[in-house]
Design a protein around this ligand. Structure first.
Ligand code: AMP
Length: 120
């Protein structure tokens, strides 16, 4: 069972924000912003590339509820999904990072050496 499946199954504790039959939101253990919540489907879906339209629709609505519950509706927030090795995904269970609570920077994502090689 993967790390986030264990969190969904309560085998590993988490600081929960919201849950329904299909999704769970909990605080990231290593926050990168004043508010940093992870949103996961309860069923194991490895990565964003594998989710279908129906589940993505439901997940979008759930994420909106989480953002509202965290008080982020008015000032906004950022959603990030790391997908696969080049996307920097470390936990292979689909999760959206919901970040907010401050005006966020828009950082450079690629190392300078790589930027020189590519069309960036
Ligand atoms: P990613 O690099 O997109 O796969 O993100 C994985 C995220 O999971 C990171 O932001 C970690 O800080 C977070 N994380 C890892 N273990 C836990 C945990 N036990 N509880 C909450 N967040 C976690």
């Amino acid at each position: 069972m993967c790390l986030f499946c264990k969190i969904v199954d309560n085998q590993i504790p988490s600081n929960k924000v919201l849950e329904d039959d299909n999704f769970l939101a909990f605080h990231d253990i290593s926050p990168k912003a004043p508010i940093h919540v992870l949103v996961v489907p309860k069923k194991h879906i490895e990565k964003f590339h594998d989710i279908d339209a129906k589940d993505m629709g439901l997940m979008s609505q759930f994420i909106q509820k989480v953002a509202t519950k965290m008080g982020l509706e008015k000032n906004g927030y950022r959603l990030i999904v790391n997908n696969g090795p080049d996307g920097g995904q470390e936990v292979m269970h689909l999760h959206f990072h919901l970040l907010g609570g401050a005006k966020l920077n828009w950082p450079h994502f690629v190392n300078p050496e790589d930027r020189a090689k590519k069309f960036l």
